[in-house]
Design a binder for this molecule. Structure first.
Ligand SMILES: [Zn+2]
Ligand SMILES: [Zn+2]
Length: 144
């Protein structure tokens, strides 16, 4: 009787479905390919169970890119992901006016605070345990 080898399956950080390791590269490539508006098909998020579940009252969600003046709305699933883990994303965000990713320091919430200052504050307030795993989180856990 021979043992059947079962390849481990990984959870995709974009769609949270399980994917065979062999298929991950192509699967991931599709998620990060650009739509006609310049935005990635999908962005990394935390699995629904791991997202921030509290109220979003008072949480900023619309930002302006000063260089072009366009306003962009932050998707709720991304807001709930970075509130739970502010290390999940890098220092760029999508601008609907530029159809591209632009630096956080050039974008401002309606409150006037820059996204860079906002994320710096969230990261500074993060638990030491979360901070220690920041690198791992930033890469979505399955970067290879
Ligand atoms: Zn996926
Ligand atoms: Zn712009």
């Amino acid at each position: 009787m021979s043992a059947v080898s079962v390849s481990p399956r990984l959870s995709c950080p974009f769609c949270h479905r399980t994917v065979a390791p062999r298929a991950l590269r192509l699967h991931r490539w599709w998620h990060t390919s650009r739509r006609r508006d310049g935005q990635q098909q999908e962005h990394v998020t935390l699995s629904p169970a791991a997202r921030y579940e509290g109220s979003l009252v008072g949480v900023p969600c619309v930002y302006v890119h000063r260089a072009c003046g366009a306003y962009t709305t932050m998707p709720v699933e991304i807001i709930r992901s970075y509130l739970a883990n502010p290390f999940l994303y890098g220092d760029e965000t999508f601008c609907a006016g530029c159809s591209d990713y632009v630096p956080h320091r050039d974008c401002f919430w309606e409150t006037g605070q820059s996204l860079q200052a906002y994320f710096d504050a969230l990261r500074a307030a993060a638990s030491p345990a979360l901070r220690a795993r920041a690198h791992e989180h930033y890469h979505g856990g399955v970067d290879q």
